[in-house]
Write a protein that binds this ligand. Structure first.
Ligand code: ZN
Length: 342
């Protein structure tokens, strides 16, 4: 009950990539890079285990960016044609590759990483990939001609990949869809269909992560424009409740999301963000437990998974470690409260 997990990423060691930087280039090459990535995964696992996290990830130590880990391995994507576009409705600029032909997987993308993760920990494992709409929004299309068409094509490739990950023992597959908080009409028009296609026939648990972004300035500035109550989830949750996805990972800690919106998720698993990733302060266990307690008014304990608001890759490493411990300790406190006085 109240099993903990994290949104996905953790900061990388400074010997692997520059700290506190998104899209940071690797500091190693060739065989040393491959070995370095695995060592970083081992450290990410030990940190999560020490903090009492129940469902662990590889901390996304093996990819430069949460979208590129997948996209870099697709045939049809031309990384020699980089284009600067405004992403997430022009909230910030990014240099992205071009879709120049039909997209195909050249072969398994994350299977070896998932296999390594499976052997490197005894805990349940979660593997994250970008969702179809977020990939569409982080790439320049010069072939498909429609975001919906491109999104559905990507969804099929994600599904092929996800089936292989489940087959090597991944317990939870999570698709990251921050774009679901930005393009509300597209979510309704094709986003849910693409999500359904991406998780079709999977034998493991599935989750979609929908957040208000990393704790970087472009996002914190954007949040200030969203008003006193953030109600984006109000539009997507009923659609998700009727979808094939097994659960939703969302932002709660220090956010202006009305907690009652969790009630719109029907019988889905709810990964409640009880740790903020956009501040430098470490939550106390009591603060984490307070968010969980609020969420429990709308979600049954068997379906509630205390989590972080978003990925922690841009944070200081010690800070991220302290926040992991706060999450583990806060969930333990909430569990104690639920089991009542002895
Ligand atoms: Zn996020």
């Amino acid at each position: 009950m109240l099993d903990t997990t994290i949104a996905g990423s953790l900061p990388k060691p400074a010997w692997l990539a520059a700290p506190r930087t998104l899209w940071a280039p690797w500091r190693l090459e060739g065989a040393a890079l491959e070995e370095g990535k695995r060592d970083a995964v081992r450290l990410a696992l030990r940190d999560q285990e020490a903090a009492g996290i129940d469902i662990v990830t590889d901390g996304e130590q093996t990819r430069r960016h949460f979208v590129w880990g997948f996209v870099e391995q697709l045939e049809g994507v031309d990384f020699s044609k980089m284009v600067t576009i405004g992403i997430r409705a022009d909230r910030y600029k990014a240099e992205v590759p071009t879709v120049a032909g039909p997209l195909r997987r050249r072969g398994p993308i994350h299977r070896d990483e998932a296999q390594f993760l499976r052997t490197a920990t005894g805990r349940r494992i979660k593997f994250t990939m970008p969702g179809p709409m977020t990939v569409v929004d982080t790439i320049h299309d010069a072939y498909y001609g429609s975001r919906a068409k491109l999104g559905l094509a990507i969804a099929s490739l994600i599904n092929e990949e996800a089936r292989e990950l489940a087959a090597v023992g991944v317990d939870v597959i999570q698709l990251d869809e921050p774009a679901f908080n930005v393009y509300m009409d597209e979510v309704r028009d094709w986003g849910i269909e693409a999500l359904n296609r991406a998780v079709e026939g999977l034998p493991c648990r599935t989750v979609v992560h929908i957040c208000y972004g990393y704790g970087i300035k472009a996002n914190t500035d954007w949040k200030k424009t969203l008003g006193g109550e953030w109600r984006q989830y109000e539009q997507t949750f009923p659609l998700l409740a009727a979808s094939r996805i097994g659960g939703v990972s969302l932002e709660c800690a220090n956010s202006r999301v009305p907690i009652s919106l969790l009630g719109l998720l029907g019988d889905k698993d709810v990964l409640v963000g009880a740790v903020d990733v956009a501040n430098e302060e470490v939550e106390t266990p009591a603060q984490v437990a307070a968010v969980i307690r609020e969420a429990l008014r709308h979600v049954a304990p068997s379906r509630l998974f205390p989590c972080t608001n978003c990925g922690m890759v841009p944070l200081d490493r010690e800070l991220a470690r302290a926040k992991l411990h706060a999450l583990g300790a806060g969930a333990a406190l909430a569990r104690q409260e639920l089991s009542g006085p002895r």
